[in-house]
Design a binder for this molecule. Sequence first.
Ligand SMILES: Cc1cc2nc3c(=O)[nH]c(=O)nc-3n(C[C@H](O)[C@H](O)[C@H](O)COP(=O)(O)OP(=O)(O)OC[C@H]3O[C@@H](n4cnc5c(N)ncnc54)[C@H](O)[C@@H]3O)c2cc1C
Length: 463
Amino acid sequence: MREVHVIGGGLAGCEAAWQATRAGVPVILHEMRPMRATAAHRTERLAELVCSNSFRSDDAEHNAVGVIHREMRALGSLVMASADSHQVPAGGALAVDRDGFAAAVQSAILAEPLITVERGEVDALPPADWDNVIIATGPLTSEALAAAIRRLTGETALAFFDAIAPIVHRDSINMDVAWRQSRYDKVGPGGDGADYVNCPMDRATYQAFVDALLAAEKTEFKEFEGTPYFDGCLPIEVMAERGPETLRHGPMKPVGLTDAHRPTQKPYAVVQLRQDNALGTLFNMVGFQTKLKYGEQAKIFRMIPGLENAEFARLGGLHRNTYLNSPRLLDDRLRLKAEPRLRFAGQITGCEGYVESAAIGLLAGRFAAAERLGLALTAPPPTTAMGALLNHITGGHIESIDAGPRSFQPMNVNFGLFPPIDEPRVDAEGKKMRGPERGMARKRLLSARAGVDMAAWIATNCA
Ligand SMILES: Cc1cc2nc3c(=O)[nH]c(=O)nc-3n(C[C@H](O)[C@H](O)[C@H](O)COP(=O)(O)OP(=O)(O)OC[C@H]3O[C@@H](n4cnc5c(N)ncnc54)[C@H](O)[C@@H]3O)c2cc1C
């Protein structure tokens, strides 16, 4: 049988290759590292996580990310299996030891006889005799390939800033000031309810911190001018520019936390740090993506109580993202309408995040294999998390607002992408529910509907 070519051995490419081989279809997986580097990858491993080590919420009852985890597990995802076997404590989130995770994905890929890994950049459109191709080259697609895609599609790939949050050595944190606690003491996979390190701020310290962020020197933007930020990943100094209170309603919110050293004193704001490696020696500053200059970062972050003497294993940084105007360019099986032998997967399609990229890779791998085998494979229904995300990318999104510039933006999976469901008004005992209760009940209904519909899709399509 002829191979499917997968270009890019990241989250999406590895998952796509794995899924295609589950159906018995051979794959050649092309990865350019180590011959050619990207601005963010640091190793030559497949499936390297370039920033946070979190796969986000694992709560399948109330969170769409948890729902997509559940669906991917049900579909035999290599990325999820590797994450599950290398998780580190992180409250209600699924976080992983990044080295263990990437090593697990890589060894599974290398051990699979139907996969051949070829190291080297694909620097032009794939040759004409590659009749079934998945392009999963990610936010940092090499320039030559990006230029070739741009020439083919006639579309200008959009770019925006993504940012790396700083990582701190655990033993440089002052635990006489900071304390361990997960928000609302939530116990998640592999956690114990006290997974985060919390650094409290009083009002005066918070205001001085915000002032320092505003005054600090930022990285030059010239080459990125006109590029929109992705709202889910704003640099902290940009959040600070939006208003003095923005940060304490965002990553520095003090809710669900009690200062263990001064339990009667409510912090005005809290900086949280999450475990970053299996050893527990490194912690990342949650939500602290930044484009501040390195010298400024060290100086300003040491204003945070508990981090006065912080040693940074890595400071924050800025990166470019590349993604297609997929609703216009791709069909509902992720194929380029103008050249259907080329299918796209991962972040380049306009989804956002490790989990979402792997999920779209999973679907692309299955679509490509079905096509090779001459089998029909429908897309999962939009009531499922994977179907909702696919739908957003390939058609569910409006093209522009008020005939203005096109509005397609990278998107994390969220319940807002799911078709609405009637909100319940009364609980199981017939008692009237209040707003927040109703919201939670609605999420449970959306999750339950997704579960039923995904099971039905699997039974029909994946027997
Ligand atoms: C700086 C930065 C920080 C991020 N932080 C987070 C985060 O904290 N959490 C999160 O969920 N997501 C984050 N993301 C997004 C994250 O990178 C993606 O969601 C995810 O890795 C995308 O998966 P992918 O498989 O599409 O791309 P990648 O994982 O990047 O994989 C693409 C692969 O293709 C290879 N490649 C590129 N061009 C070629 C070519 N021409 N030929 C052969 N190989 C090629 C690359 O080397 C790479 O291995 C971040 C992205 C960036 C850039």
